[in-house]
Design a protein around this ligand. Structure first.
Ligand code: SF4
Length: 222
């Protein structure tokens, strides 16, 4: 199979169906980084409440996060869940960026930036790549459970594909383009939420003709 052509067709079908997604839903780089931490293990609606609380307290900047006591941050981000853990992560990443300054961070290679982010406590590949793509416009493809689900059901991925294998698949078969990676990831999230849910609505799916879901064993999903 020509995977490049297949991916372009999938992208076009999703884009025609949903249109531009205008991600990331944060206004500043700091807000995107903070949102990337808060969205771990929760949905965006909960993150929005936490962000609103931070905004009210003027805590939507990394510099202000470093100057604020943990209990105040914890109180603001309570709606996003795992708030003690996330408050620690926010302080750690804020201190990291304040220590190395964001401008010098952006001049490093993408691989160097990724390695440094992954070395921070509580920053896994999905969070690191979201920060790189959406806050720094670096061409890295973000993988999440939605992406794995759609591509496993469609018969392109094996059910147990790793993060790195899935990411390599996209990056080897698409042109390196941050704008494309941004929109594609956002479209996959939209599609998984609206159509390819746990119990999928295949009848209305724009990918139906391409999908091998009938031969797919739902039990293999994690
Ligand atoms: S046809 Fe069904 S399983 Fe396949 S991508 Fe669409 S909604 Fe998901």
């Amino acid at each position: 199979m020509n995977y490049t052509q297949e991916l372009v067709e999938i992208y076009d079908l999703l884009f025609d169906r949903y249109g531009p997604q205008h991600w990331w839903p944060g206004e500043t780089r700091d807000e995107i980084i903070i949102g990337a931490i808060l969205t771990q293990n929760t949905n965006w609606k909960n993150v929005e409440k936490a962000i609103e609380n931070l905004k009210i307290k003027n805590l939507l900047t990394l510099v202000n996060i470093t100057k604020t006591d943990m209990p105040e941050i914890t109180q603001c981000i309570r709606p996003s869940g795992y708030y003690n853990q996330k408050a620690l992560r926010l302080q750690e990443i804020a201190q990291y960026f304040m220590g190395s300054d964001v401008q010098s961070f952006s001049t490093r290679t993408t691989a160097e930036m990724r390695t440094e982010l992954l070395a921070l406590k509580g920053i896994g590949p999905e969070t690191a790549d979201s920060i790189l793509l959406y806050a720094f416009e670096k061409p890295v493809f973000v993988i999440d459970t939605y992406t794995k689900r759609i591509f496993a059901r469609s018969g392109i991925f094996p059910g147990n594909i790793s993060y790195d294998e899935a990411q390599n698949f996209f990056m080897q078969n698409l042109q390196e383009n941050a704008e494309l990676f941004n929109e594609f990831h956002a479209l996959l999230v939209r599609h998984a939420k609206e159509c390819c849910q746990k119990n999928p609505h295949c009848i209305k799916c724009v990918l139906l003709k391409k999908c091998k879901f009938n031969n797919y064993d739902l039990n293999q999903e994690q």
